[in-house]
Design a protein around this ligand. Structure first.
Ligand code: IPM
Ligand code: MG
Length: 364
């Protein structure tokens, strides 16, 4: 029996709907293996802006720091969409990533054999895809300074800064190589070294890290070529390692291989303890989906699979994580579909029905 402290931040839109199902799955895990997950729920994103005038309160961040893990739903919506507004829902996510030191973002993309037709790509292209994107999460253009806009004699100007230090590259590269060891032992480093100095530094440091992993094969791929190969030969990738902005863009593209963003979980990790676990933030790849909010049709599986990643990487409970993943595979194999993954004319289930099916499978 183990006891964990979980900070639960459902956020906006469908965030609360999918988080509810993930928590029911967590309850089923607690019951079956006699663990205890103490949960503290709080507002973030637009919901926090409405109530407190800020997307992420200092108290929320402090509490997340004391927790073993954060379960994060989604933030944002048309109500808070003005790009000129001083407070924006996304600040919650960036504040948590930076504030908790979560520098490695893991985004696994797997094509389920039963869902090949849900992808806009042809089934024969998608079949067999099983990749893991490791995206650097606390550096690069997202956090580089200077970042500002100003008025000048030639009109308005703006600047963003892409900056990376050796330790920032080193630590995330190590995560990618470690994870590759437990997989097919291939790392593809994605860069723009023909143009960017930061990419040339990445290349050098990644090669130095690779020397410590002679069993793992390393190759380098230009980011524009990678964008092409992701839709041409997605099944050929194992681990993709890349900087923050490239990773943001490529993971949305990669998600289409799996058919629906509603299937894809993510883990954001910081420094690990010697047993490999550590604090992390777990969230689905999808956003708050205002168009389907309140209709009970959102796919909760990405959030449920994110909870499985939490069990594995923050709680050190791999057996429990595998059981949740197997339960998701089983409901998919039995034909349960939310509308996003249903074939034309196929019957679909609601968000809570999908949650029920996973919970029932875990209990059986
Ligand atoms: C993501 C999202 C975020 C990002 C936004 C919401 C800040 O697109 O997690 O990929 O750009 O990192
Ligand atoms: Mg993104």
């Amino acid at each position: 029996m183990a006891r964990f402290r979980i900070s639960v931040l459902p956020g906006d839109g469908i965030g609360p709907e999918v988080t509810r199902e993930a928590l029911r799955v967590l309850d089923a895990v607690a019951e079956r293996w006699s663990h205890r997950f103490d949960r503290e729920e709080d507002l973030v994103g637009g919901a926090a802006i409405d109530r407190y005038g800020t997307a992420l309160r200092q108290e929320t961040l402090e509490r997340a720091r004391k927790a073993d893990a954060v379960l994060f739903g989604a933030v944002g919506g048309p109500k808070w969409d003005d790009p000129r507004a001083p407070v924006r829902p996304e600040q919650a996510l960036l504040g948590l990533r930076k504030g908790l030191g979560l520098f490695a973002n893991l985004r696994p993309v797997r094509a389920h054999d039963e869902l090949l037709d849900a992808s806009p790509l042809r089934a024969e292209v998608v079949r067999g895809t099983d990749m893991l994107v490791v995206r650097e999460l606390t550096g690069g253009l997202y956090f580089g300074r200077p970042q500002r806009r100003w008025r000048s004699a030639v009109g308005r100007q703006a600047v963003d800064t892409m900056r990376y230090s050796e330790p920032e590259i080193l630590r995330v590269a190590q995560v990618a190589f470690e994870l590759a060891r437990g997989r097919r032992k291939r790392v593809t480093h994605v860069h723009k070294a023909n143009i960017l100095d930061t990419s040339r530094l990445w290349r050098e440091v990644v090669e130095e890290v690779a020397r410590g992993y002679p069993d793992v094969e390393l190759d380098h791929l230009l980011v524009d070529a990678c964008a092409m190969h992701l839709v041409r030969r997605p099944a050929s990738f194992d681990v993709i390692l890349t900087e923050n902005m490239f990773g943001d863009i490529l993971t949305d593209e990669a998600s289409m291989v799996a058919g629906s963003m509603g299937m894809l979980p993510s883990a954001s990790l910081g420094r690990r303890r010697s047993d490999g676990t550590g604090r992390g933030l777990y969230e689905p790849i999808h956003g708050s989906a205002p168009d389907i909010t309140g209709k009970s049709i959102a796919n909760p599986l990405a959030m449920i699979l994110s909870t499985a990643l939490m069990l594995r990487y923050s709680c050190g409970l791999p057996r429990e994580a595998e059981a949740v993943e197997a339960a998701v595979d089983s409901v998919i194999a039995r034909g349960l579909r939310t509308p996003d993954i249903a074939a034309p004319g196929q019957r679909s289930v609601s968000t809570p029905e999908m949650g029920d099916a996973v919970v029932a499978t875990l209990r059986s």
